[in-house]
Design a protein around this ligand. Structure first.
Ligand code: SF4
Ligand code: SF4
Length: 459
């Protein structure tokens, strides 16, 4: 006999704020359509580590049939939060949100102790939320890269004390540039359009660029490309200086209070900027920014602003597609495959927009990547917490890259780092770039041929 709702609710093992929402788990009809697209189920063939199994586990815990602890909730942590299951679920079960809410319960019920707890606290609360501290870490990384220390560490084989996946990530780490974009946008002439060779009318609206944390440390050049492409397409571009990290890493780890505090600061900074659009070039950040209202579902007085904020958020490919872009005239003679970052295709349903941008580049051959929307194993910090599964998924992704491909394009920094580390380790000479970098290059190629004509693949 089933218990009345109030009784069930009272007996729930989820006792902290933001518990998994009954409206989300109760709509699962156990059909199993999600099993075959779930990377962990594909690898382990274990129902516990499938979407259906995880939703059932959450329901059982919500109803008090299971106790709340990290061991019981292990399948919630082996989940990549890739949300491939959501793309095929006929009932619209929000598996990603349920997983994140369940992790929140474990985070508060069983705070990590010892060095793991200290490290988690250090990164989630003391470094990523504070741009100035993040910049110190950035400066240290740059010092490591340019002072010769990295060369000596590699030459002496000191990295051999690290696990293999960390060695691969270190090898693929992009060179940290001198300055981040946040706080230095005035130094980039392209941002105010002064050095643009074409007149930027700004007629398409005012864009506030979201810089993020990891993206602005390792991929500042992608921000520059984003700003340049937006200016080329007649948007005004601004970089609100009070913005913070989006909070996605905290949400994935279960630290919802820190994520909410970051969300409040971002909502304030971006709504104050009076921008028409908030543009993101990192799929993971974009997905969370669009889902800020979910973080405030128990805070009705803040919901309106969270919804207004979310309504302005666009991935760079989404905005260009929505408002129209000028197809570049410069040719890129490359064979390109596109990898769908999970948080673009499954979480934001953005699939055709980046492909349309790439297809508009003259000379560029766009070819299919088999299973392009299967996770590469990066998944936030999953490649650090579950390296064995992350490596298996990376191997599958690398094996799928067609032989004739010269460049792999994508829209997320985690995927960029993960896939480049795999390719570098195997000495595969395929370039890995953000989609917007190819557009930037094609625009820059305009007028580079003889007599100022666009350069062609033939000359
Ligand atoms: S596809 Fe959706 S409804 Fe069907 S078992 Fe999976 S989560 Fe449940
Ligand atoms: S989010 Fe990804 S890993 Fe998690 S249950 Fe869904 S498909 Fe599986």
């Amino acid at each position: 006999m089933s218990l009345p709702f109030e009784e069930v609710h009272r007996q729930s093992s989820f006792i902290f704020a933001d518990a998994p929402d009954e409206d989300k788990y109760s709509v699962c009809v156990h059909c199993g359509f999600c099993l075959e697209v779930c990377p962990t189920y594909q690898e382990w063939s274990d129902e516990n580590h499938s979407p259906r199994g995880r939703v059932y586990l959450i329901k059982q815990t919500a109803e008090g049939h299971l106790t709340l602890n990290e061991d019981v909730m292990d399948p919630v942590f082996t989940c990549l939060d890739c949300r491939a299951c959501e793309s095929v679920c006929p009932s619209g079960v929000q598996v990603g949100a349920l997983i994140e809410e369940a992790r929140g319960q474990v985070f508060y019920a069983n705070p990590k102790r010892g060095w793991r707890g200290w490290l988690e606290q250090l990164f989630l609360r003391e470094i990523f939320p504070h741009p100035k501290r993040l910049q110190k870490l950035r400066a240290l990384t740059r010092f490591y890269q340019v002072s010769g220390l990295q060369t000596w560490v590699r030459r002496l084989g000191l990295l051999r004390i690290l696990p293999r996946h960390l060695q691969a990530l270190e090898a693929a780490m992009p060179e940290v540039t001198v300055q981040p974009l946040l706080g230095n946008s005035e130094n980039l002439p392209m941002v105010d359009g002064k050095s643009s060779t074409r007149k930027n009318t700004g007629e398409k609206g005012k864009v506030a660029l979201f810089t993020g944390c990891v993206m602005d440390v390792f991929y500042t050049h992608v921000h520059e490309a984003t700003a340049e492409v937006l200016l080329r397409n007649h948007f005004q571009v601004h970089v609100p200086s009070e913005q913070k990290c989006c909070g996605a890493l905290q949400v994935h780890a279960g630290d919802r209070d820190t994520a909410r505090s970051l969300a409040r600061k971002n909502i304030q900074a971006f709504l104050n900027s009076d921008a028409d659009y908030i543009v993101v070039n990192a799929a993971g950040c974009g997905a969370l920014l669009k889902e800020y209202p979910e973080l405030f579902r128990n805070y009705p007085e803040e919901m309106e602003r969270a919804e207004l904020f979310a309504s302005k958020v666009r991935d760079i490919s989404e905005l260009l597609f929505e408002k129209g872009w000028e197809p570049p005239k410069g040719e890129l003679c490359e064979t390109v495959a596109y990898h769908d970052a999970c948080h673009l295709c499954h979480a934001q349903k953005i699939r055709h927009q980046p492909r349309a941008l790439l297809a508009s580049i003259p000379g560029l051959q766009l070819v299919d990547l088999p299973d392009a929307d299967r996770c590469c194993g990066s998944a936030g910090i999953y490649n650090l917490t579950h390296p064995e599964m992350a490596q298996r998924l990376l191997e599958r992704k690398l094996a799928d890259i067609p032989d004739d491909v010269s460049t792999l394009a994508m829209g997320n920094p985690g995927c960029l780092l993960q896939i480049s580390s795999g390719l570098k380790e195997k000495n595969v000479p395929v370039k890995v770039v953000h989609t917007v970098e190819l557009l930037q290059r094609a625009y820059r190629m305009e007028g580079e041929g003889e007599d100022g004509a666009a350069k062609t693949c033939a000359n």
